[in-house]
Design a protein around this ligand. Sequence first.
Ligand code: 5GP
Length: 191
Amino acid sequence: MKLLEERIRKDGTVREGNVLKVDNFLNHQMDIELYKEMGQEWKRLFADKPINKILTIEASGIGMACVAAQYFNVPVVFAKKAQSINIEGEVYQTKIESFTHKRVYDVIVSKKFIGPDDHVLIIDDFLANGCALLGLINIVEQAGATVEGIGIAIEKGFQQGGKIIRDKGYDLKSLAIVESMDNGELKFRDE
Ligand code: 5GP
């Protein structure tokens, strides 16, 4: 998606440890006009899928999932990062290792909100090593629901997550794929 690539070029900064900082428009201050364009693009990309629910993870995924949900007319469920689990039996639970914070979180979703009849679109801001997505996929599988597709804003194509998820057969669509960012110079796939 050219608009997102241009915005990353204009306002994104490359940090140590392969971290792309986009907090002035994507995941701290949020540009809602851009979010709308992203939501419409995901709707176009997944138009043929019988999606009835969007699943994301707190915190950065929530805003873009909510804007996208307006084009799908479906509810959004977000996975919560839990410090301790005290509602055993009532939640699906998985572990996710955070790329940016280098720690492992327990992540939960109430069993009330995803079940076998659900056809889920997973949305998140970044795809790096794939841990966050594998955790969300695991929750959908525990629920007996179907992953209809995965929409990512920015995939870092030089990390392994995209290959792992596509090799498993999931319909993964990333709006911008950063192929490399060596020495702060951004290159996108397709260029
Ligand atoms: P993964 O689990 O695929 O390794 O990483 C995905 C999660 O890590 C995303 O939900 C995102 O919050 C965070 N993340 C990964 N890489 C970056 C990055 O380069 N910049 C930012 N801002 N977040 C990232």
